[in-house]
Design a protein. Structure first.
Length: 194
């Protein structure tokens, strides 16, 4: 395949190289971020494609570092897809109820979430609390970058992180599975000040 060049009379796109570098540097990280949140590689790849399509349209606004910005865009794409799926599910339930049919079976992901105490406790948290914990524990962001994903100050994010960790610990204790005995290592306050 021949490389695609700008048409001869077109104004050069000064932001194209910034986008290409962003894509090259962060594609794998963004795909991993999404695969931890979405069941199925194909769906995660679709969300990555939509995220980079949005980034292309906003290529003149790509910040440095770009990864938290991309995570925020991807989170919005997921939220939009979740709302759409929820509306379809509610419509299916309403139609099933109106026609006298049975409710759809729970998804396999819901069944798997109940298999152990941590998954159960984690699932009981509100989505923003789960996302706070994912950004720190799974994606390895510091509080400054994670705050950028959430669109809040680092101080506000540290408060959210502290509350999410405490709520998760309470859920685990209620299930009879308290967090690590050494609470200093389980909830290290120094980690929250990064």
């Amino acid at each position: 395949m021949l490389p695609v060049d700008d048409p001869p009379n077109a104004v050069p796109d000064i932001y194209r190289h910034r986008f290409e570098r962003c894509f090259r540097d962060h594609y794998a990280q963004l795909l991993a971020f999404l695969m931890r949140r979405i069941y199925g590689r194909e769906i995660a790849e679709d969300v990555v494609a939509e995220t980079f399509a949005i980034a292309w349209r906003r290529r003149d606004r790509i910040p440095d570092p770009a990864l938290p910005w991309l995570y925020a865009i991807a989170a919005h794409v997921i939220a939009n897809q979740y709302r759409s799926t929820r509306r379809r599910h509610n419509l299916d339930l309403r139609l099933a109820h109106e026609t006298g049919g049975l409710e759809p079976a729970p998804s396999p992901a819901e069944s798997l979430d109940r298999r152990d105490a941590f998954s159960t406790a984690f699932a009981l948290l509100a989505e923003p609390e789960r996302e706070v914990l994912r950004l720190i524990a799974w994606d390895g962001l510091d509080t400054r970058d994670a705050a950028q994903v959430f669109g809040c100050s680092p101080g506000a994010f540290r408060v959210r992180l502290h509350r999410a960790r405490r709520k998760l610990a309470k859920q685990l204790e209620a299930a009879g599975k308290p967090p690590h005995e050494d609470r200093a290592t389980a909830f290290n306050p120094a980690e929250e000040t990064k």
